[in-house]
Design a protein around this ligand. Sequence first.
Ligand code: NAI
Ligand code: A1CAB
Length: 270
Amino acid sequence: MVFIGGAGNMAGAVIGGMVASGYPADNIVATGRDEQKLKDFCKRTGVHGSTDNLAAIEEADVVVLSVKPQGMKAMCESLAEKVSARKPLVITLAAGIPLAAYQRWLGAGVPIVRAMPNTPALVGTGVTGLYAGDGVTDEHKSVATQMADAVGIALWVEQESGIDQVIAVSGSGPAYYFQFMESMIDAAEKAGMDRADAERLTLQTALGAAKLAVAADVDVAQLKRNVMSPNGTTERAIKRFQEGGLPQLVEQAMGDCAARAAEMANELDK
Ligand SMILES: NC(=O)C1=CN([C@@H]2O[C@H](COP(=O)(O)OP(=O)(O)OC[C@H]3O[C@@H](n4cnc5c(N)ncnc54)[C@H](O)[C@@H]3O)[C@@H](O)[C@H]2O)C=CC1
Ligand SMILES: O=C(O)[C@@H]1CCC=N1
């Protein structure tokens, strides 16, 4: 499996998670432009590295594309001849680029899966949304599912637009929680707590809440109520969130996120 842009944030997290879960590092090649960064990454993970994309994909059955959306067209066009001749399974991790664009850039008939992972893949707790284009076989789907399962949970969506919904929930979602944690840490420090203590308590609370929510047989609304004593401290805090419009704000932010993904598709060079 070859990852183009493999030492970057997203592919690096997927590769790190795959290797940690027991996937043989020897079967992975990461490519990149920054030789030193690639060297460090390969040393850390045990995967092979190459600064030559064309040489790296020479015999690859699976090519994972993980460069920034802005660099995707040029990168695909540089691989097109080889990819359209051999037709490996192409899995792209990019946000905001529709399958039709890859078909233009890589040539028709290449099996392409759009995957939308998230960075917690690095610790085996990722979410990957998947969408299969034309010509993707069950065997291809099982390869993509295997990659996703190795780093967390997978969800296949039936419509390509489903990927934009996945971005709004889980692709970008980790950043929402990081923002919330950052705000809690800042507030606790402002209130007089030592920053390192504030960090330790905030992170453990986030971890505990997520673990409890996953393990519990009641929904998150009930778990929230379980923390709230009538006229107690939590009720006062939650009231402030609700009066301040947090639920509406979350809905708007997620809407903006999905809208940005759709907008990015219109900004592509044809
Ligand atoms: N960061 C995230 O949380 C998520 C990112 N994605 C998608 O993943 C893709 C990569 O994003 P990041 O990892 O955040 O960016 P990044 O900038 O950290 O990684 C991209 C890597 O590609 C390398 N690169 C650039 N052009 C190249 C080329 N022609 N050949 C080989 N390597 C090349 C860069 O040196 C860099 O290491 C984007 O398309 C993004 O939409 C998807 C889900 C989540
Ligand atoms: O912010 C972005 O565009 C990428 C896609 C999902 C998460 N990060």
